[in-house]
Write a protein that binds this ligand. Sequence first.
Ligand code: PEP
Length: 274
Amino acid sequence: MRDVIVAANWKMHTTPADAGELARIMAARTREPGVTRVICPPFVCLTAVRDALAAADDPADIEGAGGIQPAAVGAQNVHHELAGAYTGEIAAPMLVGLATWVILGHSERRRDAGETDALIGRKLTRAIDAGLRPILCVGEQLDEREAGAAISVVDAQLRGCLAGHDPVTLVSAGMVIAYEPVWAIGTGRTATGADAATMADAIRRSLTELGWPDAGDGVPILYGGSVTSANIGEFLAEPSIDGALVGGASLKPDELAGIVARAGLTARARGLAS
Ligand code: PEP
């Protein structure tokens, strides 16, 4: 059974002074049995968010509360080397004790930092070696979708990022794939649930061809791109979609609470919670 996951990408928002309080509010308002919650703040806010979540979601308090898992902390990136002369960068081992998840290959980093599939593949190795659970982002541009190339673009991204990786190791590391059509990120425009499901099925076909166990059935696939509390239901109604990577709406407590509440219904419907 795959996890139902809501991951909040706070991008370049919040400060160490306000991130902890926002995380505390988010944790308190999103306790849904069977839903894995991940908050990914900027690097400098990781400590504040980790401490706030540890206080808000003390396992002793939520134990026995019907399958509520403590909210987890994620980073938004790691460097592809372990250490060295890379001014301003953060290596995966530096995150140990601060984060347990990491977003890799976000389209904003592909666009702004020139990240290639091969580089993202190297980051994947570093993340897994550091014990971080990766959320690998893939997705096509608008012109690629309009040209009917969405599936082949995403297939090529997967092959590029996953080349040389052992599928069994990635499955054991709990790797998640986020399908994020680039034209839907931060634009208010979304894919349809049916389109997202078609892409999730295509992703699992690619994984099958790459030799993944159980035809990629164990890999959670999230949709990302202008997800809100109003549209999350359309994506989670699709059995092949296991949750969402949420940007803008994840900074608004009412929105995130609504998204996670809907994910809770899915977790119950899928037998992950009673
Ligand atoms: C994202 O940051 O991955 C994202 C999908 O952003 P938004 O929800 O704002 O489109």
